[in-house]
Design a protein around this ligand. Structure first.
Ligand code: FES
Length: 168
């Protein structure tokens, strides 16, 4: 019967390789998890954000609704504040418009230009939009204001991601 003896040198080699491998795995695992984690997580983009605006308090006069949400950009999380201009149209349908001017991205305001009442006005280059967000021809903006999709969440207005008006 042949007995294979492990020499002291072999024993040390096996032990050091095992301990070294264990330590390397212990160091690498958190790094691998850190690198892969955001890719595997569910992308929350497109989710609706519930605002403090009660649906039944929305009238036909546009009101400014500010809302904030947490935005994750890979490993970086930040608090983002957005705004919508919200009102009910003549059919009682809610309209939620983005305030971002389609010319160069300034913020439009409702009814602030005395020469064009009942319009959205962009002070940067005198951009004008009608109440439904359509750009007035002859002013700098070349497209209507983006529109937020919305939902009623327990009586409160929830807004999705603003998107270009369909058919624009
Ligand atoms: S950015 Fe609004 S008109 Fe130019």
């Amino acid at each position: 019967m042949s007995k294979q003896r492990v020499t002291r040198r072999q024993f040390l080699n096996y032990t050091l390789t095992g301990v070294g491998g264990f330590m390397a795995a212990g160091m690498l695992m958190p790094m691998v998890r850190f690198a892969v984690d955001p890719v595997l997580k569910h992308n929350a983009a497109g989710d609706y954000v519930v605002t403090k605006q009660k649906i039944d308090e929305i009238t036909n006069e546009p009101v400014r609704v500010d809302f904030s949400f947490e935005q994750k950009d890979a490993w970086y999380t930040s608090e983002v504040t957005n705004t919508a201009w919200v009102y009910k149209d003549e059919n009682g349908e809610i309209v939620a418009l983005s305030p971002v001017c389609k010319h160069l991205g300034c913020t439009v305001d409702w009814n602030t230009d005395a020469t064009h009442p009942e319009h959205f006005f962009c002070p940067c280059h005198n951009g004008l939009y009608t109440k439904d967000g359509v750009n007035v021809p002859g002013t700098p903006p070349a497209a209507p204001l983006d529109v937020y999709p919305y939902k009623d969440v327990d009586g409160y207005l929830a807004l999705g991601k603003a998107e270009p008006r369909k058919g624009a």
